[in-house]
Write a protein that binds this ligand. Structure first.
Ligand code: SF4
Ligand code: SF4
Length: 311
């Protein structure tokens, strides 16, 4: 068996792998539907096996099966309408791009967009209510029952993924892909992977998929550019892409740092006690100077200039 076949997880293989001791493999219990309120107490990251998605853009035909399967699986509105953008009712969609390659030929490429499931997610570190949560298994999940509606996650996300439910005035929520996390607990593949007829979407352990992606690039350098998008961007993501054209030509955010913005935030936050202590000392000193009793002339005038009283 080739390395490629060995690391790619078929539906049957995935079921077999997670079927025995699923909860132990994920370190998690079965979860209720999307709100995930039953998972609310699980704040510690389990750091178990990290599940990922590898998207081979050279294999995508733009059939939209993945996007429609996502809608149906998550019981989202307009399940039979092909979505054209992320919104409160759309977790994934497929973009079309006309690209001129290095040899001058123009080709059409399709890009499936969804949450990148960052390993060190900015949305998680920005959320003051822990509504955005890193499962530690790959998926970054959203817990609607904790959400304050502040939308800090939207601002923090480097990929502009979370969408706010503007139409719901009373209980607005954030929407984004959750990698069909509940289904994973039951040994199912994400709905999009299950639906893809071309093999453009593969699901498995991140390390395996990365090894597989690099093996594909090495064995066919004419087909792929030497870049697995998501391997290092913002500290790495659990969604990885292979392509035959530069990613920036496909609308991907280019030149992202290899460190997660979340780490920079945490560095700043870790320094806050020192900064606050310093500011407190500064303010205390300032208050002391401002409020101390008025200085006597001899306190501020050189002794030589003080007019001494006649003895
Ligand atoms: S892509 Fe955005 S929403 Fe998804 S995990 Fe990363 S920061 Fe969070
Ligand atoms: S189902 Fe597969 S081939 Fe069809 S649009 Fe989605 S990723 Fe592309």
């Amino acid at each position: 068996m080739s390395a490629s076949k060995n690391t790619q997880i078929s539906r049957r293989g995935f079921l077999k792998r997670v079927g025995t001791g699923t909860a132990a493999a994920f370190g998690l219990a079965m979860l209720p539907q999307q709100a995930l309120s039953g998972y609310a107490s699980g704040d510690s990251e389990s750091h178990g096996p990290t599940w990922s998605l590898l998207i081979d853009l050279t294999r995508c035909t733009g059939c939209d099966s993945c996007a429609l399967a996502c809608k149906a699986s998550n019981e989202l509105p307009d399940a039979d309408v092909v979505p054209s953008a992320l919104d409160a009712d759309t977790y994934t969609f497929v973009e079309e791009h006309q690209v001129t390659k290095a040899d001058g030929t123009t080709v059409t490429r399709y890009v499936k967009r969804q949450c990148m499931h960052c390993l060190d997610a900015s949305c998680v570190s920005a959320c003051p209510a822990a509504a955005m949560h890193n499962s530690g298994e790959g998926p970054v999940i959203y817990r609607a029952d904790r959400c304050l509606g502040c939308r800090y996650c939207q601002v923090a996300c480097p990929f502009e993924i979370p969408r706010f439910d503007w139409d719901n005035g009373l209980t607005p929520k954030i929407s984004k892909c959750w990698m069909c996390f509940e289904g994973l607990q039951e040994g199912q593949l994400p709905a999009c992977v299950e639906a893809c007829p071309t093999g453009a979407l593969r699901f498995g352990r991140r390390d395996d998929l990365l090894a597989q992606a690099h093996a594909q690039i090495a064995s066919n350098p004419a087909r792929y550019i030497d870049h697995v998008y998501g391997e290092n961007e913002v500290g790495g993501t659990s969604v990885l892409y292979l392509s035959d054209v530069p990613f920036e030509q496909l609308g991907f955010v280019a030149n992202l740092p290899d460190t997660a913005p979340a780490q920079e935030t945490e560095k700043i936050m870790s320094k806050l006690p020192t900064v606050i202590a310093g500011m407190t000392a500064l303010m205390a000193g300032s208050a002391f100077i401002t409020h101390r009793k008025p200085a006597e002339p001899e306190d501020i005038v050189p002794e030589a200039l003080v007019v001494k009283e006649e003895e």
